[in-house]
Design a protein around this ligand. Structure first.
Ligand SMILES: Cc1ncc(COP(=O)(O)O)c(C=O)c1O
Length: 452
């Protein structure tokens, strides 16, 4: 049965030099460096400013409405302003936003997470995924008494120094595949950090195992996002996950899963989806109902490093807004809405979306491909086989193509990441997917016209 769609309108009001977005950006530049407080939301010459959101739609301050396929970088799994989440947060807010005391809400959300995640016995809350990763790494060092962390080349785990290593490696500095170089992400990284990070090639289990074994005596943990966005959003192979589990267990190294994004691929998280059992899990994004959040969880024996009973813990962990009750109440409402049926619906819809995008590339004769798992998808401006960071990193021409496509989408009613990342939310259905595919078809037609 054909699905009827409403064509999405042009959404370029922000681009007018006299627009409200232009005025706000001018003001912002005077008080924030580059007018920006979050690198990932900048776009040249300036971005449209958001005004409000409802369901899977976002209105900008210049009156244009876009289909939101980014959902604040995958965190809004129920889209914007879901009535149940709004009610839970405002009900809690009216009774006080934060206290120097624990609240009942944190116990409830912790219980839900422990019940859903097979490898998590206990959990602690933070205010971001970056902090969750940082505490996961500190827990691993505290538990093992070892200094080093191994991570995969190109993988994003937030802004903790050790997590940023080799996030932006290039062909000029990444070294041999069998032994990727530890490359500073910015001049803000101290050289001592690089010495304590072992960089592994993604989806090359034998090479990764060899490097882990070589550094085993100094390694506290290996961290992996099993569906790493910046590596290309290709899932880790079963061989890689099995190898990591075996080699870390053999050497007393902890295995950390970063599920800050990938928790959204299934009711039992990425660990449920892949049948894996990490020692520590870092969470964030969807568990906060749209509010700032993170969490670190794991085996009780490992989580005991945070236990304050009996004096200073092995790894102390404070934080003024940790487990604040507004986030906890919103997160609890959002997580309770996420039942097995909602995952199934998003999986089916995302499958249709990924197939549709791949067909668009083929029909248009434009180089491109699509990766993703569950409700996540990523558009690549190349058609070659994607295995790891090196193969999925676009060259200059490919990057320019992706940029043109994403900008076309932005100007024609669709919000997507500048890196091609997108995701579904529970308010979406077939008509939204079909509308997106129509705009995408038009974007590729424009691209064919624009291509040199
Ligand atoms: C896989 C992964 N880990 C960690 C983080 C950091 O989370 P936050 O932005 O909440 O600090 C992110 C953020 O995008 C992420 O994608």
């Amino acid at each position: 049965m054909a699905t009827t769609t409403t064509p999405l309108p042009t959404t370029r009001a922000y681009a007018d030099p006299s627009s409200t977005s232009a005025r706000l950006f001018k003001q912002a530049q005077a008080v924030m460096p580059g007018g920006n407080s979050r690198t990932s939301v900048f776009m040249a010459p300036y971005p449209p400013y958001a005004s409000e959101g409802e369901g899977c739609w976002v209105l900008d301050v210049d009156g244009d409405r876009r289909l939101d396929l980014l959902n604040n970088y995958t965190s809004l799994i129920h889209g914007h302003a879901h009535p149940a989440i709004t009610a839970a947060a405002t009900r809690r807010l009216a009774r006080g936003a934060s206290f120097p005391m624990p609240t009942p809400e944190e116990v409830e959300l912790a219980s839900l997470l422990v019940e859903r995640l097979p490898a998590v016995d206990q959990v602690r809350f933070t205010n971001s995924g970056s902090e969750a990763v940082m505490m996961a790494m500190k827990a691993a060092r505290g538990f093992t008494g070892r200094p080093k962390i191994a991570k995969f080349e190109g993988a994003y785990h937030g802004s903790y120094d050790y997590a940023e290593v080799s996030l932006g490696s290039t062909a000029e500095n990444w070294g041999p595949l069998a032994e990727p170089a530890s490359v500073a992400y910015s001049r803000g990284t101290a050289p001592s950090v690089l010495a304590d990070v072992v960089v592994l090639p993604f989806n090359r289990p034998e090479l990764a195992a060899r490097l882990i074994e070589r550094h085993a005596r100094e390694l506290a943990a290996v961290i992996i996002d099993p569906v790493p966005n910046r590596v290309g959003l290709m899932p880790a192979t079963p061989e890689l996950l099995e190898t990591l589990r075996a080699v870390t267990a053999a050497h007393g190294i902890l295995l950390i899963f970063d599920e800050v994004i990938s928790f959204r691929i299934g009711y039992h998280g990425a660990q449920g989806h892949f049948g894996a059992r990490p020692d520590i899990t870092a969470l964030g994004k969807i568990i906060g109902g749209g509010f700032p959040v993170g969490a670190v969880g794991g085996r009780a024996e490992v989580m005991a490093v945070f236990d304050p009973r009996g004096g200073t813990p092995i790894v102390p962990h404070a934080g003024t807004f940790n487990a604040n009750p507004v986030t906890m109440a919103a997160g609890l409402a959002g997580m309770r809405l996420l039942d097995a049926a909602s995952f199934q619906k998003m999986d089916d819809l995302a499958g249709r979306l990924r197939d549709g995008l791949a067909a668009c590339f083929k029909d248009a004769g434009v180089e491109g491909s699509v990766t993703g798992v569950g409700s996540l998808f990523k558009i690549h401006p190349s058609s070659h086989t994607l295995v790891d960071y090196r193969s999925s990193r676009p060259d200059a021409e490919e990057a320019a193509r992706l940029d043109r496509i994403v900008r076309y989408l932005l100007d024609h009613g669709v919000l997507l990441s500048t890196t091609g990342l997108g995701c579904l939310s529970t308010p979406m259905a077939e008509p939204e997917v079909e509308s997106f595919l129509e705009v995408f078809t038009a974007a590729l037609a424009a691209e064919r016209g624009a291509a040199p």
